[in-house]
Structures are given as structure tokens and as C-alpha cells.
Design a binder for this molecule. Structure first.
Ligand code: SF4
Length: 84
């Protein structure tokens, strides 16, 4: 399930989740550096200068989850958050 929520406070947050984990993208802080797309090109891409999820990631797959966590750790502005 995918939500892209626009609030009255200009904060844009995209959330992708499954039963156990979720990815939260704090897109308002994205500077479009492309680091996430470099380490996880099947999951992230940059559109109009901001990160988006390229396709539905299967977070139950340990390899996918590891890629997402790596991308999150390398993001210079902490846009990508992986939470339970
Ligand atoms: S690494 Fe972070 S700042 Fe860079 S494009 Fe990805 S989400 Fe945006």
C-alpha cells in the first residue's frame, strides 16, 4: 500500500509499508543527490529532483531490506527512514 500525503504545512511524506516494516520518505528534505538510487537502483529513483520509490519493494526479502537500509544510512539529509 502506498501513501503520498500532502499536508497543509508543506511537509511531503511518502510511506511504503508491509506488515512488519515500512519506509518513510521525508521528501521535503531530499536534495536529489542520487545516492540512494546508486545503491538501490531497483527501489529508488529521482524524479523532478526528489526521491521516489521506483516500484513496490518486498521488505520481507532480506536483500531488499538491506539495500534500503544502506540507502538510508548513506542519505546525507536523512530522508529515508526504515521503521517497524
Ligand atoms: S540519498 Fe537522500 S537526499 Fe539523496 S536523492 Fe536519495 S533521498 Fe534524496
Amino acid at each position: 500500500m502506498y501513501f503520498d500525503t500532502y499536508t497543509m504545512t508543506r511537509v511531503t511524506t511518502a510511506v511504503w509499508y508491509n506488515e512488519v516494516m515500512k519506509i518513510v520518505l521525508h521528501k521535503e528534505d531530499c536534495i536529489g543527490c542520487g545516492s540512494c538510487a546508486s545503491v538501490a537502483p531497483d527501489i529508488f529513483e529521482i524524479r523532478d529532483g526528489k526521491v521516489v520509490l521506483k516500484k513496490e519493494p518486498n521488505l520481507n526479502d532480506p536483500k531488499i531490506l538491506e539495500q534500503v537500509k544502506l540507502a538510508a544510512s548513506l542519505c546525507p539529509t536523512s530522508v529515508i527512514e526504515v521503521v517497524k
